[in-house]
Ligand binder design. Structure first.
Ligand code: SAM
Length: 186
């Protein structure tokens, strides 16, 4: 991934709705598509990743988006594709797609990430496995980085690594920051 001023990792990106929503949120915040914000969208499943990479969705998937956002960030299909939309390439340029298995002992990227989204995937794993994944996030996170979980997920069993900063948002504990700091200085 290209060096970015803000690096976001969406670690269970599925068919792309989550990372594209993040990209839209960031672009709206910046008032343009920023060149210094990069989103790594990964998933174990190459089939869903291919769909994410294509960025083509049936109209009904975007039906709840305001018309202004639809116009700004999507192209409407025509002819046989009239019932589909495609994410505009400018928005897609913020994203990099990559197959990554959260269960692998090591991951191919270095970080640091300012934000990691790990939503609705930990539910598949037992607590020790979740802990092992969370421990692997630590050296990849920026000191003040944030980790977002799903609404039904909690990481209380990793209280030595992450402390709650909001309902489903965590930051590194002071102890974990030291570990992240040592890794950042590699
Ligand atoms: C329920 S979806 C969550 C999608 C998205 N994060 C959300 O909250 O809408 C779970 C995703 O986790 C992915 N997944 C399952 N096991 C995984 C693993 N070991 N490593 C990476 N991704 C995994 C699945 O392929 C699936 O796309």
């Amino acid at each position: 991934m290209k060096k970015a001023n803000l690096a976001i990792w969406c670690s269970a990106a599925s068919t792309g709705e989550e990372p594209y929503s993040l990209a839209i949120t960031v672009a709206e915040l910046f008032g343009q598509i920023p060149s210094n914000v990069k989103i790594l969208a990964s998933d174990l499943d190459t089939h869903v990743l291919d769909k994410a990479r294509q960025g083509v969705y049936p109209q009904e998937r975007v039906a709840k988006l305001p018309e202004s956002l639809l116009q700004k960030y999507f192209l409407r299909g025509s002819g046989a594709h009239a019932d589909h939309v495609r994410v505009r390439p400018e928005l897609q340029s913020m994203l990099t797609f990559r197959q990554i298995n959260l269960l692998d002992t090591s991951w191919p990227m270095r970080g640091p990430f300012d934000v990691i989204f790990c939503r609705n995937v930990m539910i598949y794993f037992d607590k020790p496995t979740q802990y092992a994944i969370l421990a692997k996030f630590v050296p990849l996170m920026a000191q003040e980085g944030l980790l977002f979980a799903g609404h039904s997920e909690s990481f209380h069993h990793a209280a030595d690594l992450f402390k709650l900063r909001g309902k489903t948002v965590c930051g590194l504990t002071e102890t974990a920051k030291k570990r992240a700091c040592r890794s950042e200085g590699r």
